[in-house]
Design a protein around this ligand. Sequence first.
Ligand SMILES: *[C@@H]1O[C@H](CO)[C@@H](O)[C@H](O)[C@H]1NC(C)=O
Ligand SMILES: *[C@@H]1O[C@H](CO)[C@@H](O)[C@H](O)[C@H]1NC(C)=O
Ligand SMILES: *[C@@H]1O[C@H](CO)[C@@H](O)[C@H](O)[C@H]1NC(C)=O
Ligand SMILES: *[C@@H]1O[C@H](CO)[C@@H](O)[C@H](O)[C@H]1NC(C)=O
Ligand SMILES: *[C@@H]1O[C@H](CO)[C@@H](O)[C@H](O)[C@H]1NC(C)=O
Ligand SMILES: *[C@@H]1O[C@H](CO)[C@@H](O)[C@H](O)[C@H]1NC(C)=O
Ligand SMILES: *[C@@H]1O[C@H](CO)[C@@H](O)[C@H](O)[C@H]1NC(C)=O
Ligand SMILES: *[C@@H]1O[C@H](CO)[C@@H](O)[C@H](O)[C@H]1NC(C)=O
Ligand SMILES: *[C@@H]1O[C@H](CO)[C@@H](O)[C@H](O)[C@H]1NC(C)=O
Ligand SMILES: *[C@@H]1O[C@H](CO)[C@@H](O)[C@H](O)[C@H]1NC(C)=O
Length: 876
Amino acid sequence: MRIKTHIVFFISFVSVFLNGLHAANSDSDSLILGCGSENEAKDADGRKWQPDSKYLTGSKGSPAQAQYQDPALLSEVPYMKARIFTSNATYKFPVKPKQRYIIRLYFYPAVYGSNNAEQSYFAVIANGITVLQNFSASITCKALTQAYIMREYFLAPLNKDSLEVTFSPSAGFAFVNGIELIGTPDMFGSATIVGASDQTFDGKSTNLQTMFRVNIGGQFISPTNDSGALSRTWYDDFAYVFGAQLGVTNEAAKDVKIDYKDMPGYIAPVDIYKTSRSMGEKKDINLSYNLTWVFNQVDPKFMYLVRLHFCDFYLSKTNQIVFTVYINNQTAEAEADVIGWTGGKGVPTYRDYVVALKDGSDGNLWLALHPATKSRPEFYDALINGVEIFKLEQGKTLAGPNPNPSEMLAKDQERERSFENQQQQGGSGTNKAHVIGGAAGGAAAFGIVAALCIAVYQRKKKALGTETHTSSWLPLYGNSHTSGTKSTISGKSTASSHLTTAAQGRCRRFSFIEMKQATKSFDESNVIGVGGFGKVYKGVIDAGTKVAIKRSNPQSEQGVHEFQTEIEMLSELRHKHLVSLIGFCDEDNEMCLVYDFMSRGTLREHLYKGNKSQAQLSWKKRLEICIGAAKGLHYLHTGARWTIIHRDVKTTNILLDENWEAKVSDFGLSKTGPNMDNGHVSTVVKGSFGYLDPEYFRRQQLTEKSDVYSFGVVLFEALCARPALNPSLPKEQVSLADWALHCQRKGTLEDIIDPHLKGKVNMESIKKFADTAEKCLSDAGTDRPTLNDILWNLEFALQLQDDPDGSNHSSRRARSDSDDAHLRNQNMMAIHYSNLSLGSESDLNEESNNNNNTNSNETTGDSSAIFSQIVNPKGR
Ligand SMILES: *[C@@H]1O[C@H](CO)[C@@H](O)[C@H](O)[C@H]1NC(C)=O
Ligand SMILES: *[C@@H]1O[C@H](CO)[C@@H](O)[C@H](O)[C@H]1NC(C)=O
Ligand SMILES: *[C@@H]1O[C@H](CO)[C@@H](O)[C@H](O)[C@H]1NC(C)=O
Ligand SMILES: *[C@@H]1O[C@H](CO)[C@@H](O)[C@H](O)[C@H]1NC(C)=O
Ligand SMILES: *[C@@H]1O[C@H](CO)[C@@H](O)[C@H](O)[C@H]1NC(C)=O
Ligand SMILES: *[C@@H]1O[C@H](CO)[C@@H](O)[C@H](O)[C@H]1NC(C)=O
Ligand SMILES: *[C@@H]1O[C@H](CO)[C@@H](O)[C@H](O)[C@H]1NC(C)=O
Ligand SMILES: *[C@@H]1O[C@H](CO)[C@@H](O)[C@H](O)[C@H]1NC(C)=O
Ligand SMILES: *[C@@H]1O[C@H](CO)[C@@H](O)[C@H](O)[C@H]1NC(C)=O
Ligand SMILES: *[C@@H]1O[C@H](CO)[C@@H](O)[C@H](O)[C@H]1NC(C)=O
């Protein structure tokens, strides 16, 4: 196989002169090299990476193996091996003259033998252009909270048959893990210069760096699904949409054919043109705002080529939709009429604009659309399908400075270091965690566990990283604005200055006076809960809207961090089963988060705490609440571009609105994780006792399955109506997780289910439910179901309760499947600040107030049923 590839390559290389074929798609035109590797190796996608040494001229550097595999790495290949250069070294690649090439460089900053990537600074010169200068992969990855990065460049066509790429260490050493070289047709031509529309820019012989590539209104498109075999990655646009007005997303009907006409297919895949984003429903609304995207952390000293992709798959006449395109507040296109450009429905096109960032710009690139009323179109609307942004070479360079790490991260690292010191005094943290993790159920271990949880930090905390390009793919930390603000050991800085512009735009900003008025000066009688962040107050804003206001405890250092996290997260996530945010206040060292008031409080208080006179929750209602919460968590895990791990799933974080709809709350501890299977994030152990995943404890690696474990405890709580930990019970019963598993395995679960349920429920439904909960508590994360599986099983349990003879199974299955798709595509966009809510939070100590449920016996069938007959087969 390997030989064959080489022969093909050789032949086509030679034959270039003979036939000059533009075979952009043929394998022969691409090279995929695993640097420092001696053999061909496959990555997770099955792509083959060839050894690189034969392309090196002169110094061969030295091959090296990374000491540690970050859990966020998608695949060992090409990251675990690297080639290290301590002096200038040059690769010489055979290329077809006059052809453009895409080159991708892969960097995984790790420790390679005695070479620590933290000490590595280097330049890379390709095709005579400095693509990287004084580049620190380590600093760049840290700033973007990624484990590794990929940089992509479009090299201008050469006049010779080889391409030289030089690695030149400026301090320490240079290294590279992978190099990809792909021949591509030249897809750059003339572009309009914004602000000087009579002039054009010719992109034909320019070197460019890819900054952003976004499928607007649509989904992530993986390299394997790209067109033209160019292996580009397209992200969804949600992280970049600015403000509360998100417009609406559209998808082409099945019967609409996307007809490229004479536009080449490699420009962009069909999926780009099948989805779009347009404005709201009402004329006065359409006219009152700009549909806006903000792309941050672009290097101010360069010019950028902005490529906009359009395709109208609803309308077919000109002058139906005409809109103005603004780039950086300047008119790029006064009257864009997509049908006018393409001549018909379903025909795609693109337009290129070149814009210079002004010196002293804040590093944001704005794109805004607004209906062009002057041309009196039939509809006041605007639409767009995709955006690509490229940096243009300037004086033979494309290199910018290393990014500044966000302050949030700097602080994390500080804590990490202080933990490492502690750890050195106390032996291996991992061993300790293991021992304690095993004993976590025991009340005796309680205090020690608490101490550990606060202290345990993972040494390796690089997170996340399916991404690649230079900036701001990561909405949570990566975009943080760090300029000019001073941080904050005491938690007393202007935290909002760390927020992304986008997040600020999506939230309402309250003054502190408004907060005081809303809560009668934070009167104690309005306190509805207390959490690590501070107190939660009931309040009223805008003369009548009930809200819950979390006020940070100014002493809490943790507060600032969680405040920021929560705003960033909540402002981006919108889902029927997640609490979303109305706004925040950040003034005079006061930080508050504002949510709608959730009238029915927490799930916990309806199960066993507080007002006994309140009617007990029926089994059906419990099931519905669990299903709602599972949907919320499922969305966190899979709905956003980044997998989000809640980290503190418990009954007090599941809130209920007036209609008993469950909403997951409290993202203060959330972490984003890599959006992929088997991914996990190594991180500080946080969470609540009784709900902590033992595996997470042992390995300090966070996965979605840690949430699944906690959710299993929640399910048992709903079933048994007792706290997750109840130290007043006999030792073996203290931990609900342990006790319920014990009973479930011995077949005596009926003894411990909530007596209120006895006789009123379908035992098959209970059994299905308990089997699901049991599976969630599996010791190994990999044995636990996904939330999608859980959802199916809970729906099934609900159905058994509703409809015990099973006559209607298939219809329900079908329904929930489409629900799911619907959730992904529509709800998150459509639900704005409607049902926001927050209930009370609880403290650990409350776990110990407790109540005994008198357990009684009831008979059921045996519990050998197989877990999930209806596990979703489609996988992710
Ligand atoms: C290494 O490369 C850099 C950049 O091209 C150059 O400035 C430097 O002189 C080279 N060093 C040696 C020893 O050739
Ligand atoms: C490619 O697209 C197909 C159909 O849209 C989808 O089923 C598949 O999962 C995609 N592949 C990847 C790797 O995303
Ligand atoms: C564009 O306008 C917005 C407000 O509409 C402003 O915040 C932003 O700084 C402006 N950008 C530039 C580049 O002028
Ligand atoms: C839309 O953006 C343009 C350019 O920044 C600005 O002049 C205009 O006022 C904006 N319109 C609205 C309604 O915000
Ligand atoms: C506003 O935009 C929506 C879709 O984005 C469109 O359906 C509607 O017709 C527009 N309103 C007017 C008055 O044109
Ligand atoms: C190289 O980058 C580091 C980190 O960003 C910076 O501190 C240093 O000043 C840079 N050196 C040069 C010569 O630009
Ligand atoms: C308990 O619930 C009843 C009925 O819902 C309500 O009238 C009463 O005020 C509640 N008591 C407390 C202490 O919340
Ligand atoms: C089956 O379910 C559907 C919708 O859930 C309902 O409309 C229908 O009446 C049910 N049929 C039976 C036989 O229960
Ligand atoms: C709880 O159960 C224990 C025995 O299991 C009993 O001694 C105790 O009185 C019970 N507490 C309550 C509040 O019922
Ligand atoms: C449950 O039943 C078993 C045997 O049927 C009995 O030994 C046990 O005491 C019963 N438990 C309770 C709480 O009634």
